[in-house]
Ligand binder design. Structure first.
Ligand code: NHR
Ligand code: GAR
Length: 213
């Protein structure tokens, strides 16, 4: 069994998708939010999952918040830390502590549109494909080794909200798949790139991309 700690800041729909997937070999040890009002906390607690809040506003700086966050996380002996709509940039010290066991879902086709407001920026650029990327987290924001991506079309009359909703459907399929690969020891980072042993089995490997309709 691998212990997962999931970090959220809000709604937590990606966290819900991962919980609902009931991934074999994965135990959701805790859901932690940096915002006391995150809606995802109540959802997790109702399902008997341990929840905790660490309010970043109570800390003088990022270093001290990240130190306290790491101590809280380590109390759950995590094998994998999952960022699911977690909206605080993490210090290099935090990221290094969880090297190759810290992953994020970013709502763009990286390396395009790192950072915030990705959907509006994609529309403003006129790109015809948008999507989402699961990646290992490194110190450089949204630049870690990529695990999986899914693409969707950008339509002429899209707003940031309609595009976000189309991408979110893909996030909810892709993220549980990526977590399942990690839990099954299918992922290996070699020279800064992710090798996926599941690629040898096309049926498994194609499941996420083939749903990107
Ligand atoms: N930390 C590191 N070091 N590297 C990454 O790749 C990270 C990370 C922390 C979070 C998720 C993320 C994303 O998918 C993520 C990746 C927050 C911001 C941000 O600017 C940017 C990217 C991401 C998450 N946050 C503001 C801050 O000052 C606060 C914004 C807010 O509270 O709404 O931390 O894109
Ligand atoms: C998701 O679209 C996720 O990709 C994005 O925020 C949303 C969170 O939704 N993440 C980021 O922008 C990270 N900076 P959720 O709370 O319902 O999972």
């Amino acid at each position: 069994m691998k212990n997962l700690v999931i970090l959220i800041s809000g709604r937590g729909s990606n966290m819900q998708a991962i919980v609902n997937a009931q991934i074999a070999g994965a135990h959701i040890a805790a859901v932690i939010s940096n915002r006391p009002d995150a809606a995802g906390l109540a959802w997790a607690a109702e399902r008997g999952i341990q929840t905790a809040v660490l309010d970043h506003k109570q800390f003088a700086d990022r270093e001290r918040f990240d130190q306290a966050l790491a101590e809280l996380i380590d109390g759950y002996a995590p094998d994998l830390v999952v960022l699911a709509g977690f909206m605080r940039i993490l210090t290099a010290a935090f990221v290094q502590r969880y090297e190759n066991r810290l992953i994020n879902m970013h709502p763009s086709l990286l390396p395009a549109f790192t950072g915030l407001h990705t959907h509006q920026r994609a529309i403003d650029e006129g790109v015809k494909l948008a999507g989402c990327t699961v990646h290992f987290v490194t110190a450089e924001l949204d630049h870690g080794p990529m695990i999986a991506q899914a693409a969707v079309p950008v339509l002429d009359n899209d707003s940031a909200d309609t595009l976000a909703a189309r991408i979110l459907v893909q996030e909810h399929q892709l993220y549980p798949q990526a977590v399942a690969w990690f839990v099954a020891d299918q992922l290996q980072v070699v020279d800064g790139k992710v090798k996926n042993a599941a690629a040898a089995n096309p049926e498994v490997f194609l499941r996420a991309p083939s749903t990107a309709s």
